[in-house]
Write a protein that binds this ligand. Structure first.
Ligand code: R5P
Length: 325
């Protein structure tokens, strides 16, 4: 008997039902099929999942995207992780390209939950050993999960696209609020030290998705403004920022975001806000009716596939987004 083979892990890719196109794209990049499974919904909303192949001893990667209704997709991912644990998978990595509830990462007022922490606890309790995610709303969410978190960034891919198409001359990188200035600085570095500006934004803590973009801090006159954000939900923040930039004399405004949540009326707002182009990745599925004319969607699949491979081979994932080992 060859005892060493018993200790070798085999990579298995499992996918929830939220974004099959992304799972297929990752599978193709990796050269590993998506493990066939049965998934059913019961009349009362309960979900049932069963894998068709043995998962015993596997290094299992459970990919799930979290568009609306995200509570359903989160529950499905938890159930899949539970099935893997009970099926004796050797290691379970939960892949959440868009981390749900990331905006609830702290208590703003008394008697509020920290739901991003709860999501991490649920994943751990279900049996996840580690997490792979992309562009968390705030970096500190990494610390919510008791285990390794590979926090990947789409900035390299998005910035390369913008540079190839619009160059680096007369570019100002714009943060849509003061909280994202640090990220905007990294973008500015990748545009050869381009100038920075940010929008002074205020929000009503009692009304979700309601923001007011007040004024731009920085000189944007005649500049190509690269307006960045981690996510676009209803589009209120970004459309308001474009208006303020245009009022301040900006030239073209290019919007780059990782997560195209695109809750209504985002598509309409983005199509008519005056931006030249909106670039998003496919961490979330974007329905055909929400694909407005000046929208470009870049695939996150290569980055996810490379990350899975590095994790499986105990390589370096940092090198995938900053070029350093
Ligand atoms: C806020 O801090 C986030 O980074 C986004 O700017 C915001 O959540 C987007 O939401 P909406 O598109 O609804 O304004």
């Amino acid at each position: 008997m060859n005892w060493t083979t018993d200790n070798q892990k085999n990579l298995m890719l499992l996918s929830g039902r939220a974004h099959p196109e992304l799972a297929e794209a990752v599978s193709k990049e990796l050269g590993v099929p998506v493990t066939p499974q049965t998934a059913r919904d019961f009349a009362n909303g309960e979900i049932f999942v069963r894998f068709e192949d043995s998962v015993r001893g596997s290094d299992a990667f459970v990919l799930q995207s979290h568009p609306a209704p995200l509570n359903t997709w989160l529950m499905e991912q938890l159930i899949m992780i539970d099935a893997l644990k009970r099926g004796s998978a050797k290691r379970i990595t939960a892949i959440l390209p868009f981390y749900p509830y990331a905006r609830q990462d702290k208590k703003h007022r008394g008697r509020e939950p920290i739901s991003a922490r709860l999501v991490a606890d649920l994943l751990k309790t279900a049996g996840a050993d580690r997490i792979i995610t992309v562009d968390l709303h705030t970096d500190q969410i990494q610390g919510f999960f008791d285990g390794p978190v590979d926090h990947m960034h789409a900035q390299g891919q998005l910035a390369e696209y913008v540079k190839d198409k619009y160059g680096t001359e007369n570019v100002t990188v714009v943060s849509p609020d003061s909280g994202r200035v640090r990220v905007a600085e990294k973008w500015a570095d990748s545009f050869n030290g381009a100038p920075l500006a940010f929008i002074h934004k205020t929000r009503d803590p009692l009304v979700p998705n309601q923001v007011k973009s007040n004024r731009v801090v920085g000189d944007v006159e005649g500049q190509i403004c690269v307006l960045i954000d981690d996510m676009i939900d209803t589009g209120g923040t970004i459309a308001g920022a474009v208006r303020v930039l245009k009022d301040a004399g900006a030239g073209d405004v290019i919007i780059a975001t990782t997560h195209g949540v695109f809750s209504d009326p985002a598509a309409e707002r983005l199509a008519t806000c005056g931006a030249r182009e909106v670039i998003a990745t496919d961490t979330l599925p974007i329905a055909p009716e929400k694909r407005f004319e000046n929208l470009t969607v870049l695939s996150i699949a290569p980055l996810l596939a490379q990350t899975i491979q590095q994790v499986f081979e105990n390589g370096s994932v940092t090198s995938l987004f900053d070029g350093n080992a």
